[in-house]
Design a protein around this ligand. Sequence first.
Ligand SMILES: NC(=O)C1=CN([C@@H]2O[C@H](COP(=O)(O)OP(=O)(O)OC[C@H]3O[C@@H](n4cnc5c(N)ncnc54)[C@H](OP(=O)(O)O)[C@@H]3O)[C@@H](O)[C@H]2O)[C@@H](O)CC1
Ligand SMILES: Nc1ncnc2c1ncn2[C@@H]1O[C@H](COP(=O)(O)OP(=O)(O)O)[C@@H](O)[C@H]1O
Ligand SMILES: [K+]
Length: 511
Amino acid sequence: MKIFSAEQLYEADKITLEQQQITTEELMERAGAQIFNWFHERLNGASVPIRIFCGIGNNGGDGLVLGRLLIEAGYNVIVYVVNCSDKRSKSFLYNYNLIKNVTTDWPILMTDKNDFPEIDPEDIIVDAIFGIGLNRSLDGWVKKLIQHLNASPAFKLAVDIPSGLFPNTALKDEDAVLRANHTLTFQTPKLAFFLPETAQFAPSFDILDIGLDRDFLVNTKPLAQIISKPEAQNLYKHRERFAHKGTYGHALIVAGSYGKIGAASISTAATFRIGAGMVTTFIPKCGYSILQNTVPEAMVATDIEEEFLSKINVDFEPSAIGVGMGIGKSDKTVEALKSLFKNYKSPMVIDADAINLISENKELLKLLPKNSILTPHLGELQRLVGKWKDDYDKIEKVKEFSIKHEVLVVIKGAYSITIFGDTLYLNSSGNPGMATAGSGDSLSGVITGLLSQGYDPLTSCVFGVYMHGFAGDLAVNQMGYEAVMANDIINNIGEAYMMLFAKDQSEGENN
Ligand SMILES: NC(=O)C1=CN([C@@H]2O[C@H](COP(=O)(O)OP(=O)(O)OC[C@H]3O[C@@H](n4cnc5c(N)ncnc54)[C@H](OP(=O)(O)O)[C@@H]3O)[C@@H](O)[C@H]2O)[C@@H](O)CC1
Ligand SMILES: Nc1ncnc2c1ncn2[C@@H]1O[C@H](COP(=O)(O)OP(=O)(O)O)[C@@H](O)[C@H]1O
Ligand SMILES: [K+]
């Protein structure tokens, strides 16, 4: 699924009106009717008071349509107009007039904080104050109204986007945004719903299809693409009947140091589970028996050093390399990385301490093999690209980095983002149960294993991040968030493959 910017949505709106020969008011009726249907299916005529707060733009217009339809269906509705300006939109006015056909209770005009109503915890609040037309932070009594609504425990439903939130630009005042319990968003979700600083305002949402022009939606390059099950299904490659282990490559995992050999084991196991044909793991000597015991399927090659890596040397050409998990930051390891980057042409996943070493030794940047995949968590990312002002600045910095060094970057976390040049992919699978040591090591193994099987670097990232999160969701379904350990994610990769095409799936949240 695609995420469009506010500008693109206005363009889609315009093209839709032309192509479908409809008026803005007709499109607004569709939007309002979709929200009404959502309510009606759930409330089924219940008499709970529904307080609809409407702004004076088209978001407010949607609220007025909803109010009219709910009143017609016999619901207990109180409509407010947040009258912060006289510049009412044409479609707002059109619907403002229509509502008087269905009620003698004219909407209540609010002009300052004396007009704030008392709200019962059982009431329902509908936020149709501002939508994607917000162009500055809320202030004055309107900000106070938002705070008044936020202070209420009543259920808050936002129309299109919580008021005060910008769909695809940075938030400046987080006290001036409605904290919606749920959002009904039109046509495509907004980027702000997925980013760490703003997702809290729209913790859950449904997408309402209002029939915007298909050609536009299909042919326009979006701000970002959300990867959910249907997209992941399209990326999956079937195994060949006559395949042998060589078909799926011989991957190399370069990992571990004294006290961190587990990182090598985890990554190696994940490389196998996702389907690599063979895996050799290159570790310091101290890890030899550990690795052979924990992942007997793997071949093990060791460094001349006992406790850290100093010179990476294997006697085969790896189909893919995953490097960095738990390798520490010894000076000799920097040299090892340099020669690895120079001498090996295999597609590469660069993770953890390898990223930290690049940040500390910028000369390594110049040696990064083209189309390599870097998988930093936020700490590693900040060391790599420097501090960012906000989530959008972070994305811009990573885009620049990706373009300049011709690499792919996976920003790990909730809704991990894969950035390739100026293209963004947001992952929908995964959950907070995966916030556990070693979970990132298993991801680097997953991506290496996909590269090894012949998936291209972009698909390896996008599909790998999805499958890793999906396996984490399945693990959580078995044992709850707290108990999940990295190995549980790995042990559910098989189930994730099986469930990828299953009709009756039981995966976790948001996919
Ligand atoms: N696109 C689509 O496909 C469809 C869109 N639809 C709906 O339209 C919504 C977008 O409507 P919209 O463009 O009228 O903008 P909206 O969010 O109502 O607010 C604009 C008003 O707010 C004002 N204003 C801005 N910032 C402010 C501030 N800080 N403080 C105070 N005022 C502020 C601004 O005034 P001004 O900046 O001129 O002062 C202007 O008057 C969209 O979210 C969806 O719900 C559907 O109906 C159908 C299909
Ligand atoms: N709240 C979350 N929601 C979804 N995925 C998460 C969440 N927390 C962590 N993850 C995933 O778990 C992995 C954690 O990686 P990382 O922080 O590198 O762990 P480690 O360094 O301990 O191996 C990433 O793939 C990340 O996307
Ligand atoms: K809103």
